[in-house]
Design a protein around this ligand. Structure first.
Ligand code: XMP
Length: 318
């Protein structure tokens, strides 16, 4: 009979056998899969696990700092690398969604490779790959492993891709990964986290990306997500986020007409991201959230709610 406890025991033993005293590098994304993989490996090999958490500048508001300190609190040997400026530079002037994804994938690989080189004699690359990633070509869960997979053929193989690969969650489904994490005492704030795409807010800012647009979207997104949590709606939603639209619309403030940004809110129910329904959020919630966004976030004067289901409307707008 499969239980999370027996899985942990057997996997820790197998990892110790397989890895011995070798060093392992792992890219943390803040997501469930890479976090559980890290804790499992940490249990098996301790300080020989070297985690790298890259800030691409496209994460949620305060996410890098708060997740990094959570990782440190769990005893992980983790290095936070703030490469925001490098990613923003690479994205400058790009509007095409696939070009944006490629630029982000390329810079991620460069940054990760630089960091991996600084770990002396590293032998293994650990990844939080789960069973659905193995059977589907595109990961719905995102994170460094997805980024690496879809971009490893750009410009030759980086050195860390030549390492031996260890994927301790490869046979598990998402709910099993969460149970394994819980059985190791991991916090629900990590295990219950919504999926978040590897390219982050870059694909939620339609059109080209600037630091100012990222700031606006982070503020809007934070109001939306904080409200979902305080209304106890966060766990009823599979994924939620805000989209910064490439349109300005007219508003009125006092006697003045404004011409400012419009944002869309999206919240979906789903089991695997392949199909999705928009969530029937309470009108009162939408009303309060919309008011709060418009009052708090400078540069935004209109909020709309996305009531499209997948198919045909994808969860992300890009
Ligand atoms: P769509 O928009 O295709 O999204 O309905 C389905 C799921 O995949 C996520 N997604 C991505 N994840 N890199 C990722 O790591 C990407 O480029 C990407 N695009 C979409 C999306 O957030 C949703 O969970």
């Amino acid at each position: 009979d499969w239980t999370p406890q027996s899985f942990v025991e057997e996997t820790v033993e197998a990892l110790q056998e397989q890895i011995g005293n070798d060093k392992v590098v792992l890219g943390l994304s803040g997501g469930v899969d890479s976090s559980v993989a890290a804790i499992l490996l940490h249990k098996a090999i301790g300080k020989n696990l070297f985690c790298i958490f890259v800030n691409n500048g496209l994460l949620r508001k305060n996410e890098f700092e708060s997740v990094l300190s959570q990782y440190e609190g769990m005893g992980l040997n983790v290095k936070g690398v703030d490469a925001s400026a490098r990613f923003l530079d690479a994205l400058a002037g790009l509007s095409d969604p696939e070009m944006k994804r490629k630029a982000i994938g390329r810079v991620f690989i460069e940054v990760f490779d630089d960091e991996a080189h600084q770990i002396k004699d590293v032998k293994w690359l650990a990844q939080g790959t789960i069973y659905p990633d193995v059977i589907e070509s595109v990961s719905a869960t995102g994170g460094p492993s997805a980024t690496i997979k879809s971009h490893h053929n750009v410009g030759g193989l980086p050195d860390f891709m030549k390492l031996k690969v260890v994927e301790p969650l490869k046979a598990l489904f998402k709910d099993e990964v969460r149970r394994v994490g819980a059985s190791m005492g991991m916090d629900v704030s990590i295990l219950g986290r919504h999926p978040f795409p590897g390219p982050g807010l870059a694909i939620r800012i339609l059109g080209d990306i600037t630091a100012e647009k990222v700031r606006i979207l982070q503020e809007v997104d934070a109001v939306f997500i904080d409200n979902l949590k305080s209304w106890n709606l966060y766990d009823k939603v599979w994924q939620a986020g805000a989209i910064l639209l490439p349109v300005n619309s007219v508003g009125v403030m006092g006697d003045e007409r404004t011409y400012e940004k419009c944002v869309a809110l999206r919240a979906v129910e789903s089991t695997d991201g392949m199909t999705a329904d928009w969530v029937n959020l309470p009108y009162e919630f939408l009303q309060k959230t919309s008011n709060e966004i418009i009052n708090k976030v400078k540069g935004v004067n209109r909020v709309v709610y996305d009531i499209s289901s997948k198919p045909p409307a994808t969860i992300e707008w890009e």
